[in-house]
Design a protein around this ligand. Structure first.
Ligand SMILES: [Zn+2]
Length: 341
């Protein structure tokens, strides 16, 4: 076989086309896309000649460029193409970009560090945990990048959302410097607020990441959402509603829908609170929304922590971990607005 032949097996190409159910349809157009290398030959049109094809041992091979970058925005790599450099050979990136590809980065997970600035940096750079980005609380305009976006950082731990597990594999993690919570005399967790500067930084950073990787609203989550039995961060002081209202980041419910569910929810709670069938119904709704919750039919500790995590995110005025009519109404309105596909 000729050493310099740029080959792609036609038979392989045709076979790949039968697997397109996994291909994410992509309509996103970046505002300022990084200039893409122009194909050596224009995409095939009636006016342009067909790609040259040779036949080698009964198999057809393309020998000219068949790339059409206009059909594949995912080839936009924002300056981060990582390629092999085999000694004595040339890796060519521009000839055959495949349509069948998407980003590995499917989730954006927000955290607080539970530490002040200096200790946050030490822990996240020198120990066994990390995040892609660290948003400081020093009032400047800097955001620290600790890990390349194409690499895994160790921020999520044992985690799940919908059908996905171990979200370090598929997420970008943002740590926000915040001291977390202290428990009062009654055992209630009292959380520290986030400064406006930090919230603006987080919003700008999150927006940039969400747009570039086309991360859906359902996948912009708190650490406590994906690990509710272990984690509280970024906690109820983090302004998820503000991010949704002002920056269109993440999920939030519609007030009218919530009110409609609330009227029924109130009577449900008056008569059915302890019924196993009612608890199953609520646990199923949490599971459907995304939480990794076992269906026990009991108000057990895992369910309580899941309710608490949900309240941190969507009903931060009261995060006692006890299911009530308002929490139930919000959960149902979110499931209606963001159905599992
Ligand atoms: Zn965390």
């Amino acid at each position: 076989m000729r050493k310099t032949l740029y080959i792609i097996g036609l038979s392989v190409f045709v076979f790949s086309c039968t697997s397109q159910q996994n291909v994410k349809k992509n309509t996103y157009k970046p505002k300022n896309p990084v200039a893409q290398p122009k194909p050596a030959v224009k995409p095939q049109t009636p006016e342009t000649p067909k790609p040259q094809i040779t036949n080698d041992h009964g198999v057809e091979f393309f020998t000219t460029n068949i790339a059409d970058a206009t059909k594949n925005d995912n080839t936009a790599s924002y300056g981060s193409i990582v390629s092999a450099k085999p000694i004595g050979y040339k890796v060519v990136k521009t000839y055959f970009p495949a349509i069948a590809q998407n980003f590995r980065q499917k989730y954006l997970i927000l955290h607080y560090t539970a530490l002040p600035d200096d200790k946050s940096i030490t822990v996240l750079t020198q120990q066994s945990v990390s995040a892609h980005y660290l948003v400081n609380n020093t009032g400047d305009n800097e955001i620290y990048q600790l890990v390349d976006e194409n690499k895994r950082s160790y921020h999520a731990g044992v985690s799940s959302w919908r059908s996905d597990k171990n979200l370090n594999d598929t997420s970008i993690g943002i740590e926000i410097v915040n001291t977390g919570y202290a428990s009062d005399s009654t055992g209630k967790k009292i959380f520290a607020p986030f400064s406006d500067d930090q919230v603006k930084k987080v919003a700008a950073l999150a927006k940039d990441i969400i747009i570039r990787y086309q991360i859906p609203a359902t996948n912009v989550l708190a650490h406590s959402d994906i690990a509710p039995t272990r984690k509280q961060d970024p906690g109820p002081m983090f302004p998820w509603k503000k991010l949704y209202d002002q920056y269109q980041i993440g999920m939030w419910y519609d007030e009218t829908s919530k009110q409609n569910f609330f009227n029924t929810a109130q009577s449900d709670f008056a008569v059915r609170y302890s019924d196993a069938s009612f608890i199953f119904l609520i646990q199923t709704a949490f599971q459907k929304f995304g939480y990794g919750l076992e269906l026990s039919g009991k108000w057990d500790d895992t369910t309580k922590k899941t309710i608490e995590a949900f309240q941190y995110h969507f009903r931060p005025q009261n995060y006692d971990g006890i299911m009530d009519a308002e929490t139930w109404a919000i959960l149902q309105s979110l499931n209606q607005k963001y159905p599992t596909k």
